[in-house]
Design a protein around this ligand. Structure first.
Ligand code: SF4
Ligand code: SF4
Length: 479
């Protein structure tokens, strides 16, 4: 009994399930098995090609879309500044960001419970770049899977050197372009333009970022490939807990297909529809056999559906032996339906989306905090007035500079700005200042009085901030 068999017998894994013992891309000695995926042809591949064009248009044009002088999207992680649909989010908006993340995760869970890995197969950037860009270039330069294998086995002659150089050069140029666009989502196209057009010494960090990103993309698409989905991607790793027997997956109809039998003019009476032609395996970019059932390595790319449909048509059998279906659908003939689990996630998603929308709609473009200066209680001003010193910090999330003046909203006192002028708050920046609030002594009927301070741009009120005023309690009898 070899080690694999011993493990199987200990874990009571049947021989049919033995494919779960190992990765399709690793051999018995632990060496990487290179996948030479055959080029898919068919309805789904054509639709995916159109979808990928849409993706490329969006991916390569979004960094140039600006709203009111701001990019539509910016994910400036180093400066903790995010712009989503033209709205700036600061570290102070962290709770909105956190709630957005939670809503997004619930959406992913709901989407996966209902539609399995539809995202991976159709819109994941990794799959689209790999299958719809790099692999197409590879087919163009090295030919289909069989030619690629031949080229690999052939000696280093002129043809091989030319093709390999052309492939690696095109892969690097594509990686370089993607890296630049990727960076533009982080720093914006204007900053990227400066890095490209100005001397390297002035933007060494940016230049290094382009070099590193280009190298990473090149490494992923030349060497790492499907391993990004099968080994690294956390979403892929979560499939086993997100999917259930009612989720829509790419599935092999074993009830119809088994027992499989090689195609013959006179097939056995009990033979299933699968002609064991291995076309579904040959096109699979992750190297698995979909006939083994749902597997974590399946990215739902539909290549096996196209391959099998083609074979079914060729042998005059109905298509759909491999198709979108649920496990229950294949086993019990159930139609795809909306389960209680999906209903629960939907309610949760609606609540979270409602909460998030309210927060976004009520979010202020100018906000700030007012706190009493530390270490100071109050100052007596003459016989009849008392003042408190405050520090104010204001965040301006708009795209214009705002000179702010302050007004007391709920008391008859006055405000004296320490600098004697309005507080300048630069666009997309922060402003700070100090001021005194002076109240008539007779107003002070409590140790702590709640104050409301309005922030004004000219006559226009921007927002109201709250703070406390402290002073000696006024006793009319002692006057
Ligand atoms: S099994 Fe089919 S759908 Fe899954 S990755 Fe392979 S070819 Fe794509
Ligand atoms: S392509 Fe279809 S018929 Fe051929 S082996 Fe796969 S499932 Fe069977």
């Amino acid at each position: 009994m070899d080690m694999a068999e011993e493990i199987r017998s200990t874990l009571k894994i049947s021989k049919e399930d033995s494919f779960r013992d190992h990765l399709a891309t690793v051999d018995a000695k632990g060496k990487r098995k290179w996948i030479y995926a055959q080029k898919p042809k068919g309805k789904f591949y054509n639709i995916r090609t159109y979808v990928s064009w849409g993706f490329f248009i969006i991916f390569f044009s979004l960094p140039f879309v600006y709203i009111h002088g701001r990019p539509l999207f910016l994910f400036n992680i180093p400066e903790a500044r995010f712009i989503i649909f033209g709205k700036v989010f600061w570290p102070q908006d962290f709770f909105i960001f956190g709630l957005t993340m939670i809503t997004f995760i619930v959406f992913i869970v709901l989407f996966t419970a209902a539609f399995g890995r539809l995202f991976c197969g159709w819109v994941c950037p990794q799959t689209i770049f790999m299958e719809m860009l790099f692999r197409k270039v590879e087919y163009l330069v090295e030919g289909d899977a069989a030619s690629q294998k031949l080229l690999k086995a052939s000696p280093w002659n002129r043809n091989k050197i030319f093709r390999k150089t052309a492939k690696h050069l095109s892969f690097f140029v594509l990686s370089f372009i993607i890296a630049n666009f990727f960076l533009s989502y982080i720093i914006g196209v204007e900053q990227l333009g400066k890095i490209i057009s100005e001397p390297v010494s002035e933007h060494f960090g940016g230049f290094m970022a382009i070099v590193i990103f280009s190298g990473v993309f090149y490494g992923v698409y030349v060497f790492f490939r499907e391993q990004a989905c099968t080994v690294i991607c956390p979403y892929g790793r979560l499939q086993s807990v997100l999917l259930d027997r009612n989720s829509m997956i790419v599935a092999y109809d074993y009830k119809r297909g088994e027992p499989r039998e090689k195609f013959k003019k006179t097939a056995s009476i009990d033979a299933g529809d699968c002609i064991d032609c291995f076309q579904c395996v040959k096109v699979c970019p992750t190297g698995i056999d979909i006939r083994n059932g749902t597997q974590m390595e399946c990215v739902g790319c539909t290549a096996c559906i196209d391959a099998c449909d083609k074979m079914m048509k060729a042998v005059g059998k109905p298509t759909g032996l491999v198709r979108y279906a649920s496990e229950n659908g294949i086993a019990n003939g159930e139609r795809l339906h909306y389960t209680n689990r999906m209903k629960f996630y939907t309610v949760l998603l609606v609540v979270l989306t409602g909460l998030l929308s309210t927060l976004l709609l009520t979010r202020k473009d100018v906000d700030g905090t007012v706190i009493r200066a530390a270490g100071m209680l109050y100052q007596e001003r003459g016989k009849d007035s008392v003042s408190n010193l405050y520090n104010i910090r204001i965040i301006n999330k708009t795209v214009k500079d705002i000179p702010l003046t302050l007004k007391l909203e709920n008391a008859p006192g006055r405000i004296i700005e320490a600098e004697g002028r309005a507080i300048a708050v630069p666009k997309e920046g922060q402003g700070k200042g100090s001021f005194f609030v002076v109240l008539p002594g007779k107003m002070i009927t409590d140790r702590k009085i709640k104050l409301k301070i309005g922030l004004y741009e000219g006559a226009k009120k921007i927002t109201t901030l709250s703070t406390n005023f402290m002073g000696p309690i006024y006793h009319p009898d002692l006057k």
